[in-house]
Design a protein around this ligand. Structure first.
Ligand SMILES: [Zn+2]
Length: 343
């Protein structure tokens, strides 16, 4: 069994984008209640509260002008973009979400725990260096990656994003960076519109972005095949010293923002394959950071399956040779991927 840290900060409740908004404080209430459940408490884990991210940490990803703009919303309800509203204490909640990701990365890198999951909000992966987008204020996973790179001395980091939406902000942050491999599976076409298979990084970062766009209704079998073979092989080729995961539970069936049919078992297999990759490549070091997931049931199933995989209470096996697997739409892009990746 592995030692898993669960980072949750009740102050993330403070961000309230308003009545009827899908990214509501209720999501955090659901998570706090879930952690009190007997079946979750029986899984071996240690709880941590996290901390506020510092200005310096946030500005490793975001421009000072944008950070200042968010700070100026303190005490106010401001529409940052079409989808992203602030409430009086959203700035603080956003710093707590990013700070949780940074603290979990520190704990895993220092060996205090083997791996971790950060249950935070607002989510982060749409946030661009100079603006908010799609419910996201600060890019939590990108801030954690920069901290690992620049402060903790981690040389190669993989960010794996299984949210149903493409993480445009994360892709932008590391587009030219050869030390960070960004891998995303997402529904396409869908919000935010980016994430075509041909977007593979630029300049020095060419071959350090792998986008796997999928049509609607991909489910457990396709995700198992894609993560157990394609994603695992690409990770093996890159040899990350740390794996960060943008964990979007909006891939689960019936999510109002999604269109996929993944169940509890599919999440168990996705995360299980990533835990296996971390065992092989990064001394178990893996940090999951919550992104989307807009039903209570989806959040509960996703987090429970993730914890069972992270703790290795349940282990998953290699699904077998790539050519025989139901890769879904990913099968269309293998020739494009072979330009940069051994698969
Ligand atoms: Zn999403």
């Amino acid at each position: 069994m592995l030692r898993t840290g669960v980072f949750i900060d009740p102050e993330c409740l403070l961000h309230d984008p308003g009545n009827g908004h899908p990214e509501s404080p209720q999501r955090m209430q659901t998570l706090l209640q879930l952690l009190r459940r007997q079946d979750v408490r029986h899984l071996p884990h240690t709880m941590f509260q996290g901390r506020l991210a510092t200005q310096l940490e946030v500005q490793r990803v975001h421009t000072p002008a944008y950070v200042h703009r968010v700070q100026q919303t303190e005490g106010l309800r401001v529409r940052l973009d079409n989808d992203t509203m602030t409430s009086a204490r959203s700035y603080e909640a956003a710093l707590r979400a990013a700070g949780g990701a940074v603290a979990a990365t520190e704990a895993v890198t220092a060996g205090q725990v083997d791996n971790a999951i950060v249950l935070c909000r607002p989510p982060g992966h749409h946030a661009e260096p100079d603006r908010s987008m799609g419910f996201c204020i600060f890019n939590n996973v990108a801030i954690a990656a920069r901290h690992a790179r620049e402060v903790l001395g981690v040389r190669r980091i993989a960010i794996v994003d299984f949210d149903v939406h493409h993480g445009n902000g994360t892709q932008t942050a590391f587009l030219h960076d050869p030390s960070v491999l960004y891998i995303s599976t997402h529904m396409h076409p869908h919000f935010p519109g980016t994430g075509a298979a041909t977007e593979m990084g630029e300049g020095m970062g060419r071959g350090r972005t792998l986008n796997i766009p999928l049509g609607r209704n991909h489910g457990d079998a396709e995700y198992d095949a894609i993560y157990g073979s394609l994603v695992s092989r690409v990770l093996e080729g890159f040899r990350p010293e740390l794996i960060l995961v943008s964990a979007g539970f909006d891939i689960l069936s019936s999510d109002p923002m999604g269109g996929m049919t993944v169940t509890y078992d599919g999440v168990l297999r996705i995360v299980g394959h990533l835990v296996n990759a971390a065992e092989l490549l990064s001394k178990h070091r893996l940090v999951m950071v919550l992104e989307g997931g807009y039903t209570s049931e989806g959040l509960e199933q996703g987090v429970l399956a993730s914890l069972e995989a992270l703790t290795q209470t349940i282990r998953v096996s290699d699904p077998g040779p790539l050519v025989r697997l139901p890769l879904g739409d990913a099968a269309k892009y293998l020739d494009i991927y072979r330009e940069f990746f051994t698969i």
